[in-house]
Design a protein around this ligand. Structure first.
Ligand code: ATP
Ligand code: MG
Length: 404
């Protein structure tokens, strides 16, 4: 296989695994390979069966390799789940050189102090994001390099994850001979694909209503400000339909996707959605939509409840952007606007070059976002494997590649 300036991302979701390969030789990444496989061995964003998860990832990677004829040697990988937590931290350093000019090295130092404050041994640091700096007490500075001062402060958003949960995901990917370029919090990735710079500046809530989890993130002043994860999403919608209408799970899933709406229009519709299973299951369109709507209303309300303050106009004047497969449900944005009384839209990744047509769906916001994140942050790896473990994995994958 050929070797070029290639970047890869792997979105390990609860419902699907999506691997994307892009050629980044030019200014905008050009998508050259996509591999989508159903996900197995995951529950609510976490690996629960390493072998099954590994096989699903292998399948998705192979498909992407086959369409592109490139090999996935390393990839940006998304992280989500209840084990992820975030908090706002503060760091401070003195500028001791004679000229008192802030240099890039000082930024590194002050970020290190912010990070060393609170990372317990069972947590792994994923991201340390500078929100703003202050020089000698003058706050709100985005880039203090070149300024004069005695004291440099930084306000950061620190995101950590449970070491054990990360290890399982890392193990699956590295055992396939794939190095991890960086582990990226999924909402951070999705935001790259669907939010405008303006929305991120003014303040916006982004919620990825996926299969197993709804990931909520608030962006303000150009960077992430708050993150939380709700353990309810599309899977619960399907389960409600299955239990409420007495249907097998697979048929409930099909009915939900094909006929489900949270703003149903009953006039002119047949009372019963046509049977779509071989066994001839038939259900009332109204019952189906009412069940789905009740759960979606709950999810939308929970998204807003997760906000640290109830006045959304202050925190997020740009409103709510929905991504994830479940935001494909008909009427989601309209219901959101009615229920929450704020601007709501569905975020679909756009401006994709190459063979990315199938990715223009809110379900692929994270997958595309991971790639865009990678392109933007190349060489600035924040997550580091243990040195010893890293060496063993590298040796093992080199041996595997030899026999490939
Ligand atoms: N047209 C549709 N209508 C309703 N629901 C849909 C539609 N398409 C996909 N879904 C739902 O979206 C969910 C999958 O979303 P997505 O692909 O974003 O999840 P994931 O990334 O695999 O999971 P997660 O991010 O939660 O780990 C499934 O529950 C599926 O039923
Ligand atoms: Mg997802």
């Amino acid at each position: 296989m050929k070797k070029r300036n290639i970047l890869a991302s792997i979105d390990v979701g609860t419902t699907k695994i999506c691997t994307i390969l892009a050629d980044i030789s030019d200014a905008a990444p050009r998508i050259v390979g996509v591999g989508i496989s159903p996900s197995k061995g995951l529950h609510k964003g976490l690996v629960v069966n390493i072998n099954e998860a590994k096989e699903s990832i292998r399948d998705s990677v192979r498909k992407a390799e086959q369409t592109s004829n490139y090999r996935v040697e390393s990839a940006y990988v998304g992280v989500t789940g209840r084990h992820v937590s975030s908090n706002n931290n503060h760091g401070v350093v003195a500028i001791t050189r004679n000229d008192r000019v802030v240099r890039p090295d000082d930024l590194k130092r002050v970020l290190t102090t912010a990070q060393s404050l609170k990372t317990p041994a069972d947590r792994k640091l994923l991201h340390i994001i500078p929100r703003h700096y202050a020089v000698d007490g003058q706050a709100g500075i985005k880039n203090p390099v070149g300024m004069h001062g005695f004291r440099l402060d930084v306000e950061t958003h620190v995101i950590t994850a449970a070491v054990t949960s990360i290890q399982n995901l890392v193990k699956c990917i590295r055992s396939l001979g794939i190095e991890i370029e960086d582990l990226v919090l999924e909402p951070l990735a999705s935001s790259e694909a669907v939010l405008s710079e303006d929305e991120r500046q003014v303040g916006v809530i982004m919620a990825d209503v996926g299969g197993g989890t709804t990931d909520v993130a608030i962006f303000r002043e150009g960077s992430i400000w708050h993150t939380s994860i709700l353990p309810v999403a599309g899977y619960q919608l399907t389960r409600d339909v299955a239990i409420g209408l007495g249907l097998p799970f697979e048929i409930a899933e099909e009915m939900k996707k094909k006929y489900g709406s949270v703003m149903p229009v009953y006039e002119g519709k047949e009372d019963t959605a046509p049977a779509i299973s071989k066994d001839g299951h038939g259900v009332s369109y109204q019952d189906l939509c009412e069940i789905i709507r009740a759960r979606v209303e709950e999810i939308l309300k929970l998204i807003v409840l997760e906000m640290p303050s109830s006045s959304y106009e202050e925190i997020a004047p740009s409103g709510l952007v929905l991504t994830g497969g479940s935001s494909n449900l008909a009427g989601m944005a309209t219901l959101g606007r009615e229920l929450l009384d704020m601007p709501v839209r569905v975020g679909i990744p756009g401006n994709l070059y190459g063979i990315g047509d199938m990715l223009q769906d809110p379900a692929y916001a994270t997958s595309v976002g991971l790639l865009l994140w990678g392109n933007k942050h190349q060489g600035k790896k924040q997550w580091k494997p243990g040195r010893f473990a890293g060496a063993i994995f590298r040796l093992a994958s080199q041996l595997k590649n030899l026999f490939r």
